[in-house]
Design a protein around this ligand. Structure first.
Ligand SMILES: [Zn+2]
Length: 114
């Protein structure tokens, strides 16, 4: 029997563009490219962050940014416009990617069978 030893592989991808939109549907229309992120701001408070999964699977991910709700992410944008997000995104469905967004860069970890 052959044993597969999983290895963690790190890929880094830049957050290329951050767009401000007013609705989820508008966000989904904008995120046609992997490095494009849409921040949904219906009034003053950012409600969600919408983007394509950085692994390349094509899934569109929408993260809740509303504080006080059960599962919310904290978004920060540096003076230079670089995005950070916490905690990490650990997908339990689809491609099961796990990634961090730190200072304008997506750090994606994937299991690779060695
Ligand atoms: Zn994916």
């Amino acid at each position: 029997m052959r044993r597969f030893i999983p290895k963690l592989q790190l890929t880094r991808r830049p957050v290329e563009r951050v767009l401000r939109v007013r609705s989820q549907s508008e966000a989904r229309k904008q995120v046609t490219h992997e490095g494009t992120f849409a921040l949904v701001v219906p009034d003053r408070t950012p409600k969600s962050l919408v983007f394509q999964c950085p692994c390349g699977c094509g899934d569109v991910i929408s993260l809740n940014l509303m504080r006080g709700s059960t599962r919310a992410w904290r978004l920060s944008i540096s003076r230079g416009g670089r995005l950070s997000l916490s905690p990490s995104v650990d997908r339990t469905t689809g491609c099961r990617s796990h990634f961090w967004i730190i200072d304008g860069e997506v750090h994606l970890y994937r299991l690779r069978r060695a």
